[in-house]
Each structure stands twice: as C-alpha cells, then as structure tokens.
Design a protein around this ligand. Structure first.
Ligand code: SF4
Length: 284
C-alpha cells in the first residue's frame, strides 16, 4: 500500500499499463522494500509516466535513456533497488543500443518493458515490435520491416534473467517482478500491455489467444540456455513465465573494483592535497 501515491494516472481507461503499475507496487511490498529503498527510472512514452505514479524515488528521463540513468543511479548508490521502465518504442528502438549493453553489463537493475507493439503517446505509429503488414498512419500499406524479438536479443547478449508476462495476469506478473527484484544482476521483464486506443490488432483477446504459458511445460528448465532459446523460437516469442535465469554470473557492481562494498554515494571521496596535486601534475 505504501507504494501508492496520490497522482492519478492519465492513461486511457483499459490501458494495460495500469496492471503493470499495480504489479510493481505489489512486488516491491512483497519483497520487503520501503519507498526510500526504491528508485523507478523511466523513459518517454505513455508507459514512461509510471515513475510518477509510484511512491518511491522517481525520474522521468529522456527518450530511450532510462537505462543509462538507472545504471548510474545503481552505481552511485548500490543500496537502492533500481527499476527501469518504459515502452517497446523507448527501449527497443531509440534505446536499443543501451538495452543490449545494459544486458551484457549485468548491473543489478530490473528493466520492465510495457510492450504494446505500437507508439501510443504519438498516436499510433509502427514500433519495432509491430508485426509485418501492420497498418498504421506511418505504414498505411503495412509494415515492411521484420518484427524485433527482444527475448532472442536478450539471450544472445548474455542476459542473466529473461521473463515475459501479460498485464492481465497480475499474479504471474507480480511474481516475476519479485524474482527480478531479487535477482543479483540485470533482469529483463517484457510485459504484453495492450494499447486499447491505437492498437486494434494486438488486443487483450489477441494476446489471450496467442500467448503460450510456460506452465504448460512442467519439465521446462529455466537454467538451460539452449532450451530457452529453442522455446522462444518455437513459440514465436509469445511464451510467458520465467524463461531464463543464470544465478552464477556476478553482477557488474560486484566485479568492478571500488564498488564491491558500496556505491559512490557512500564512499569517502575526499582527496588529500598531495593526491590532488599529483593528479594535476600528471595532466600538465
Ligand atoms: Fe495506454 Fe495506448 Fe492510451 Fe497510451 S494511448 S495510455 S498506451 S491505451
């Protein structure tokens, strides 16, 4: 309850992002966080507003740049739990360069993408997640580009935590966010979050018909990287659940010299005059 604030979201009635907001608030409470322990950093887009709707530290950043900011926050203060969030246009188009490198860097940040397969805030253009043939104002004859698969990209970039869910499955989504928050490294959680105003193809009913829940495969092993890749491709990227987790690899901040104990915010950065003068002399 303490992660709710008094700001009323201005999303359209029925937007999938409402459930993602609720899931983040529940998951944060369930893992025992307090608002002062959590920072939510978002990009630009309808879903980017989410950082203002959660009672925690928040920063509504710039388009495609939620991840550099979130990683900076984590390095500055590793005692904070950091969530980055935004839409598929924000993270998989302009922000894709950051997404791939954040994945391979493996800082302890939970990245929640609200994937509605369209640009909602700018009133309905094709996103990298839109299907081939998808007709919008920007592609009146249908998109001629292939659809980007964030799960395959994450796996090939060396992700240590990959999950996917559907905004209406609040129970599964909350559990996955909890697992992402507990994971010691970078977590990608892609969430199918329908845009009811501009995407009349990928609707709630369409997702319900096309999603493949990993619960159908009781023998599925999320620690098996090859099996994860195969299942992503077999299901055309429509599977939901915990797809892959590697608990062995250490996070970036656990490996980088000088950050193992604490982040910059809690370090003694005072320099002796001798040290300072020596540094200046080196640059002369
Ligand atoms: Fe949600 Fe779409 Fe409305 Fe944006 S335009 S708030 S994504 S329903």
């Amino acid at each position: 309850k303490e992660f709710r604030n008094n700001v009323k979201p201005n999303w359209c009635p029925g937007c999938g992002d409402f459930s993602v907001q609720a899931a983040i608030q529940r998951a944060a409470a369930n893992v025992g966080l307090e608002p002062e322990n959590l920072a939510v950093i978002s990009g630009i887009g309808c879903s980017g507003r989410i950082s203002g709707y959660i009672n925690a530290y928040g920063l509504h950043g710039i388009h495609g740049r939620a991840l550099p900011i979130a990683q900076g926050v984590k390095l500055a203060n590793r005692e904070l739990t950091v969530i980055a969030s935004g839409g598929d246009g924000d993270g998989f188009a302009i922000g894709m360069g950051h997404t791939v490198h954040a994945i391979r860097r493996n800082l302890d940040v939970t990245y929640i993408v609200m994937d509605n397969q369209i640009y909602g805030l700018t009133k309905g253009q094709t996103s990298p997640r839109s299907a081939e043939g998808f007709k919008t104002k920007s592609t009146p004859e249908g998109s001629i580009e292939t659809t980007l698969s964030p799960l395959e990209i994450a796996m090939s970039a060396g992700a240590t935590f990959v999950a996917q869910s559907f905004s209406t499955d609040l129970k599964q989504l909350t559990l996955l966010i909890e697992e992402g928050l507990k994971h010691k490294g970078f977590s990608l959680i892609n969430v199918f979050s329908p845009c009811v105003t501009f995407n009349k193809v990928n609707t709630y009913d369409w997702f319900k018909e096309n999603i493949v829940n990993l619960e159908q495969f009781p023998d599925y092993d999320p620690t098996n990287r090859i099996a994860a890749m195969n299942k992503i491709m077999e299901t055309n990227g429509m599977l939901t659940g915990l797809i892959y987790q590697n608990k062995e690899r250490k996070s970036y901040e656990d490996l980088v010299v000088g950050f193992q104990e604490t982040g910059l915010a809690n370090q003694d950065l005072s320099l002796s005059p001798d040290h300072f003068n020596k540094l200046v002399a080196e640059f002369k």
